[in-house]
Ligand binder design. Structure first.
Ligand code: MHF
Ligand SMILES: O=c1ccn([C@H]2C[C@H](O)[C@@H](COP(=O)(O)O)O2)c(=O)[nH]1
Length: 277
């Protein structure tokens, strides 16, 4: 995972200091891209131990169309707690936009089901896109994430904003546009999550895996993560682990946690960092 360390080094060396919504302050660059060949192993960061359990449950939760943290909490995942209302609601975040985008005629659009059908029937299409960015439900400025969620708006606007699939030579690739990226805490989750999603979609479409391409808008290191980033840069990455997915599953909505197993994950110890809210 030298690609990830290169991003970190790039932000440390070229980042500009900016104030931000959370009041923490960041070093930030605008525009960056990484590519991961998914045939060369699973791109999970090895220079700190990453909690894959949280990543898998979060992805299954998105795919269920769920936007309440109850499912995550039942499975011991607390990464979304700080933004949810007392009832656990986050407003119409990823799950809602992916599975039930509100159409003007009152119907809802299942972008995931539609994109899979399109990959199967029109693999040459250049329109294989899923968007989480829905201006009608963006949070209102000046309100906290919890206040927005309580008012039926998104607690946070989607960070992983839009993704596009592409089929070439029987291989499925995916490119993500991430408008805002917390390089130390969020990005290791985002890389693994989209790599896994690409593998799952490839399996249900009977395609081999190609690349995951990760394109960034504002990629930043929070000022209270700089020491942790330096620690990680002194570590030597290990070879990528392997992700095994139960090959029987042919329906994107039928995966469960036990269908995934990560093999040969060798990593350096976990590094703690405070999350900016
Ligand atoms: N500032 C910020 N960064 C993010 O990455 C982020 C947000 N906010 N808000 C919405 C979601 C929530 N995400 C999160 C939230 C917490 C962790 C976190 O605390 N990770 C720890 C513990 C992992 C665990 O409990 O499984 C880590 O060391 O990776 C990671 C991603 C990603 N997103
Ligand atoms: O999947 C995610 C979700 C969130 N983030 C980070 C990026 C930013 O640091 C914050 C969101 O704050 P905004 O002010 O809305 O940009 O969360 C991430 O890296 N990955």
């Amino acid at each position: 995972m030298k690609e990830y360390l290169q991003l970190m080094r790039h932000v440390l060396e070229n980042g500009v200091e900016k104030t931000d919504r959370t009041g923490t302050g960041t070093k930030s660059v605008f525009g960056y891209q990484m590519r991961f060949d998914l045939q060369q192993g699973f791109p999970l960061v090895t220079t700190k131990k990453c909690h894959l359990r949280s990543i898998i449950h979060e992805l299954l939760w998105f795919l269920k169309g769920d936007t309440n943290i109850a499912y995550l909490n039942e499975n011991g995942v607390s990464i979304w707690d700080e933004w949810a209302t007392a009832e656990g609601d986050l407003g119409p975040v990823y799950g809602a936009q992916w599975r039930s985008w509100a159409a003007p005629n009152g119907e809802t659009i299942d972008q995931i089901a539609d994109v899979i059908e399109a990959i199967k029937t029109q693999p040459d299409s250049r329109r294989l896109i899923v968007s989480g960015w829905n201006p009608a439900v963006l949070p209102e400025a000046g309100k906290s994430p919890k206040e927005n969620a309580a008012a039926g708006r998104q607690a946070l606007p989607p960070c992983h904003t839009l993704f596009q699939f592409n089929v070439a030579n029987g291989k499925l690739s995916c490119q993500l546009y991430q408008r805002s990226a917390d390089v130390f805490l969020g990005v290791p989750f985002n890389i693994a999550s989209y790599a896994l999603l690409t593998m799952m979609v490839a399996q249900v479409c009977d395609l081999a895996v190609g690349e995951f391409i990760h394109t960034f808008g504002d990629a930043h290191l929070y000022l209270n993560h700089l020491e942790q980033a330096q620690t990680q840069l002194q570590r030597e990455p290990y070879p990528r682990p392997t992700m095994k997915i139960n090959p029987q599953v042919k329906d994107i909505f039928a995966f469960s946690f036990d269908d995934f197993s990560l093999e040969n994950y060798q990593s350096h110890p976990h590094i703690k960092a405070p999350i900016a809210i």
